[in-house]
Design a protein. Structure first.
Ligand code: APR
Length: 181
């Protein structure tokens, strides 16, 4: 699925984020930037040890925030390590922290003059955030950001499985319908 937001492209695709041809890939990181499984494992495996060397130098990144390194052997120029919240049932400020992790990633990308960026679905794997609750936050945060003045002209959400892809399509359609109405 693809949408046009103020002349900028927003795409939802299924696949592996490490294979995207974009300036920056967003990692679903932990606050220690220690690496892990899921997206984090795939990015470090594909990008090589230089990314971890830079993560160690950064020392960590708070939940709801995002920090940048170069991308090692990946096609992208940068990896933006975004730290989403662990799902604790929804009453521990998870929604605010998830929105903030997306927004900070976009701000960091904008500061670097990045034009294209790929996101995974933050927090919906090991951190157990339910995709139907996460998708509206992810899509509306990105749509609102790229409506404004930014170097970013293309955002791709790379969704790994059918149910997450469906949740993102539904959320984006609903957000765009509400804006039209
Ligand atoms: N490309 C795109 N999406 C992927 C990929 C991939 N290569 N691998 C996994 N996913 C999907 C998962 O299916 C899930 O929908 O990304 C989403 C996020 O899952 P996680 O990677 O587990 O991220 P998160 O829930 O934010 O948990 C972060 O897990 O790996 C550790 O170090 C990481 O501690 C951190 C935690």
């Amino acid at each position: 699925m693809q949408a046009n937001v103020n002349g900028k492209i927003l795409q939802l695709v299924q696949g592996d984020i490490t294979r995207q041809e974009v300036d920056a890939i967003v990692n679903a990181a932990n606050s220690g930037l220690r690496g892990g499984g899921g997206v984090d494992g795939a990015i470090h495996r594909a990008g090589g040890p230089e990314i971890m060397r830079q993560c160690r130098r950064l020392g960590g990144c708070p939940t709801g925030s995002a920090c940048v390194t170069t991308a090692g052997r990946l096609r992208a120029r940068f990896v933006i390590h975004a730290v989403g919240p662990v799902w604790h049932g929804g009453s521990s400020d998870e929604a605010t922290l998830l929105g903030s992790a997306y927004r900070r990633s976009l701000e960091v990308a904008d500061e670097k003059g990045i034009t294209s960026i790929a996101f995974p679905s933050l927090s919906t794997g090991a951190y157990r955030y339910p995709p139907p609750a996460a998708a509206p936050i992810a899509t509306s945060t990105v749509v609102d950001f790229i409506k404004g003045k930014t170097s970013i002209n293309k955002v791709v959400f790379v969704l790994f499985n059918d149910s997450t892809y469906e949740a993102f399509c539904q959320a984006l359609e609903q957000h765009l319908r509400q804006e039209d109405g």
